[in-house]
Design a protein around this ligand. Structure first.
Ligand SMILES: Cc1cc2nc3c(=O)[nH]c(=O)nc-3n(C[C@H](O)[C@H](O)[C@H](O)COP(=O)(O)OP(=O)(O)OC[C@H]3O[C@@H](n4cnc5c(N)ncnc54)[C@H](O)[C@@H]3O)c2cc1C
Length: 461
């Protein structure tokens, strides 16, 4: 850092109500850790903001000094775009407040809130909005990329429930975006990822949910996988919007309800939630138990907030992760063959393949209603490569890539922007699909110099 820079950094420190963390600070290494343990970036400055004005100051510092800018929600994006080398990171981890207006069925969350923060606040009123399946994920990245989870078949993508946002633009202006205020920006935020500004607050519509919901796991042996997957796809095509069933194929973790001899063996897990009356849910899920003979089951009525955390122990931060994903409109027999082949050769006990089932409400809006374009998707498949040591990198990454290539002929076009890895620059355009050009025009209006470029980047038109 030059002397001039040091002086500027000093004044940034004085200006910020939050904290400025530098490489020489004790907290630095902890502050630059994100969910994916493979990401090892060294920002010059981490500006841990306390409020919207802090965000304005930190952003202005980056813009005026010409230093690279990254924005960190909860740091879960696999590509590690919440950090940058040698630049400034706007870290929103201290901005996690959530307010609920239960009469209006609305909630407002600050830009650094996690899914757990939002679910806890809204479920206190028996309300919820569709979010993802891992409670430590950030609301910000999840929403800006689309967002789907257990409630999406019933209530749509997370973006479909966004009512408004408070945004700090590249100029440093604080603006609101909604159907009536800056509607072009509002459209772009709903799927255009972090390209248009720093969102300091999200306002969502809420729905009556739970608090107790039928949810859990039904586990089949891998020997039955082909038959289970075929029955699964037929079942899902008829299932009510209230019922979400995702398939996870992996080596069984030592879950207490599974017999010891199954631990560490390949299994097919049907993970489910019924977003309605649990008795109706019991009827709806009955066929899932009769696909074959399950090796274990753990299904019951539990608080929605508990189910939202059920996968957290398998998704702890710090492991090495490499993902590949496709969207599918259907599961062909040929795809099942590919699944069988690659799940037979899982390169680590933590690698898995999942099919997240969406559809129903997520398909209702037109492709250009929001920037998120993949309205034809019935399934989002994630090849979740996950392991612990650097020595395993090559083997596990290769497995993920090969599986991805082999399954590509069965995929629909496009990719989910929230699952793209750093090396998938060639897929960025298809992640925004037919909305890319319109997004580029909005980008030109709100961020002509591409200040927000550490992301799945849309170039200004
Ligand atoms: C374990 C795990 C489980 C997941 N499960 C699901 C799931 O069920 N459903 C689903 O849809 N997705 C899921 N995802 C993907 C998730 O939606 C993305 O990783 C998302 O980007 C995470 O948001 P974040 O705020 O934590 O990300 P970050 O890594 O902090 O940010 C991601 C991107 O958004 C930008 N950004 C962050 N905050 C802001 C802000 N306030 N304003 C503007 N830009 C911002 C960043 O600059 C970056 O480009 C999962 C991810 C993980 C790691």
């Amino acid at each position: 850092m030059s002397t001039l820079d040091s002086g500027k950094i000093e004044s940034l420190k004085n200006d910020l109500a939050g904290t400025v963390i530098l490489p020489s600070d004790r907290e630095y290494d902890e502050a630059r850790k994100i969910w994916n343990g493979m990401v090892d970036k060294r920002p010059a400055i981490i500006a841990r903001c306390s409020d919207t004005q802090d965000v304005v100051r930190a952003l202005s510092f980056a813009r005026d000094t010409g230093i690279r800018l990254a924005v960190k929600g909860a740091g879960h994006h696999i590509a590690g775009n919440s950090l940058c080398d040698d630049g400034l990171v706007i870290d929103l981890s201290q901005m996690r407040a959530v307010k609920v207006d239960s009469n209006a069925k609305r909630t407002t969350a600050q830009g650094g809130a996690t899914l757990a923060d939002l679910d806890a606040a809204t479920q206190a009123h028996g309300l919820a909005t569709p979010l993802g399946i891992n409670s430590t994920t950030g609301i910000a990245g999840l929403t800006l990329g689309g967002g789907f989870g257990w409630l999406s078949r019933k209530y749509g993508m997370t973006v479909d429930n966004l009512e408004s946002a408070e945004v700090v633009t590249a100029k440093g202006d604080v603006v609101r975006a909604s159907a009536n205020e800056n509607p072009d920006l509002f459209w772009a935020l709903r799927g255009g990822s972090g390209n248009f500004g720093v969102v300091t607050a999200f306002e969502f519509r809420l729905h009556t949910v739970g608090p107790g919901l039928l949810s859990g796991l039904i586990v089949y042996p891998f020997d039955d996988a082909r038959s289970v997957l075929r029955q699964y796809r037929d079942f899902v095509s008829q299932a009510p919007a209230e019922l979400s069933v995702w398939t996870v194929l992996r080596k069984a973790p030592p879950l207490p309800f599974l017999p010891a001899e199954v631990h560490g063996k390949e299994v097919v897990v049907l993970a489910l939630l019924y977003a309605g009356d649990p008795e109706k849910g019991e009827q709806a899920i009955a066929p899932l138990r009769a696909f074959n003979s399950p090796v274990g089951e753990h299904v019951g009525v539990q608080p929605y907030t508990d189910w939202q955390k059920a996968f957290d122990p398998l998704l702890t931060p710090g492991a090495r992760n490499y993902w590949k994903s496709h969207n599918f409109t259907k599961i062909d027999d040929g795809l099942i063959d590919v699944v069988m082949k690659y799940v037979n050769t899982l390169p680590s006990p933590e690698c898995e393949v999942f099919f997240g089932s969406i559809g129903c409400a997520t398909k209702q809006p037109a492709t250009d209603a929001t920037a998120y374009p993949h309205r034809d998707a019935e399934y989002v498949m994630n090849v979740h490569g996950r392991w612990q040591t650097e020595e395993e990198d090559k083997r596990c990454i290769q497995w993920s890539r090969e599986y991805f290539e082999a399954s590509a002929p069965f995929a629909s076009s496009g990719a989910y922007v929230n699952f793209l890895t750093e090396d998938e620059v060639d897929r960025v355009r298809s992640a925004y699909g037919q909305n890319y050009d319109r997004l580029a025009a909005v980008k030109k209006k709100y961020d002509p110099d591409n200040l927000f470029r550490v992301n799945m980047n849309i170039k200004p038109a």
